[in-house]
Design a binder for this molecule. Structure first.
Ligand code: ZN
Length: 394
């Protein structure tokens, strides 16, 4: 796997963290809904998603050949922006910029904040507008569910939490440079473009939802993925490494469709799509260039151990002690579970131990997450325990 997180194997790499998500959640927000489209925990603000996306997109534009034909570019942007208006959890800040990469590979990817790249090969392989709309709607799903910065958040928490807590983020003009120092890249071929299967399922759900509400055949997205994988195995390798195929993709999407609303005669094609496809197929074939070099990754060094001197943090409705060489970063996100979690760590070959404590206070929930790589979790336990004991609700 190409990855933006490197150089850690074999090191007893320590990371620990008092999170962050010290947030009160109104209980009403916890109702169970099938289609709730809630993004995962995120230390970035939506505005920072846009900032990261802008910077990464400037790099990507230098590395990938783009189709500049104005009609093609206009069509993809019109279609993409129209679809984005139906995306759940859309934010007014998102940049919604769509570009066509001059490559025969059937691929598409999204950078945080609304920067979506669709390969020429994907448009040429689509048999109608609904299919390419499905690809774009799926990518828009990665944007609005904030999968890139959610994954970056996890990598940061596991890799360099003290740097984060030390306030690295937002202190200088280039977020991507700061992230690169932590070995987290959003460039071409970087870790942050590789989505997990669960992120894929969520992007599929959003994509299908968007297709339905934009008046397209909601089956078009999953069908397109299924058809191209069989029809063009060599040209879809990249797509399915960036977007691993969730099991039962078509079945899951079919099961979702009746929940979206009454059945409708979805639109499938448009004369504009046919015209754009014709324009593309009549252009000279894309040059087969070498794949872009992997995004550069910095090397992070293990953070110093937690200081034994504690300092008090005063939050909204609570206060808690933490080692004085840590700082607290607040997030607007919320978690509502009470459990000990064990996930795959974003660091290769390491498990991550997350301890999530949720306290209920009147009509609010307070969540604390303690995260450390499994190998170091015992070493951090006394600090975490002391912190938990020092917690006071007001
Ligand atoms: Zn995807």
């Amino acid at each position: 796997m190409r990855t933006g997180v490197r150089g850690q194997s074999g090191k007893d790499f320590i990371a620990a963290l008092v999170l962050a998500g010290l947030v009160f959640v109104p209980e009403v927000a916890l109702g169970v809904q099938r289609l709730k489209f809630k993004p995962g925990f995120n230390l970035f603000s939506p505005q920072q998603d846009v900032q990261v996306g802008q910077e990464a997109s400037a790099d990507v534009d230098k590395q990938l050949p783009l189709v500049t034909d104005p009609e093609v570019v206009r069509y993809v942007n019109d279609l993409g922006r129209r679809l984005a208006t139906f995306a759940p959890n859309n934010k007014p800040d998102y940049a919604w910029t769509f570009k066509v990469v001059n490559s025969a590979d059937i691929n598409a990817f999204a950078l945080p904040g609304g920067f979506i790249y669709v390969n020429r090969g994907a448009i040429e392989a689509a048999e109608d507008e609904a299919e390419i709309a499905g690809v774009i709607a799926h990518e828009a799903g990665h944007v609005v569910m904030r999968h890139g910065t959610n994954q970056a958040t996890k990598a940061m928490l596991a890799q360099a939490p003290l740097a984060i807590l030390g306030g690295i983020l937002g202190q200088s003009s280039s977020l991507t440079a700061q992230l690169a120092q932590m070995g987290i890249g959003f460039g071409v071929n970087s870790l942050m473009l590789k989505n997990s299967r669960s992120a894929e399922s969520q992007a599929d759900e959003v994509g299908t939802y968007v297709l339905y509400h934009a008046g397209y055949d909601p089956k078009a997205m999953a069908q397109f993925f299924q058809i191209i994988e069989k029809k063009y195995p060599q040209r879809t390798i990249q797509f399915f490494s960036d977007h691993p195929n969730p099991e039962n993709r078509v079945k899951d999407v079919d099961a979702l469709i009746p929940e979206l609303g009454p059945p409708q005669e979805g639109k499938t094609d448009s004369p504009q799509f046919a015209a754009v496809k014709k324009r593309l197929t009549s252009m000279p074939p894309p040059r087969k260039g070498k794949p872009a070099p992997p995004a550069t990754a910095g090397s992070a060094s293990p953070p110093p151990p937690p200081s034994s001197r504690m300092t008090r943090f005063q939050g909204k409705g609570f206060s808690v002690n933490h080692p004085d060489n840590w700082q607290v970063q607040k997030s607007e996100d919320a978690v509502a579970l009470s459990t000990l979690l064990e996930n795959d760590s974003p660091l290769p070959g390491q498990k991550e131990k997350d301890r999530l404590v949720t306290l209920r206070e009147r009509d609010s929930l307070l969540s604390l997450i303690f995260i450390a790589p499994e190998a170091s979790s015992d070493a951090y336990k006394p600090t975490f325990d002391a912190m938990l004991q020092s917690l006071e609700l007001q």
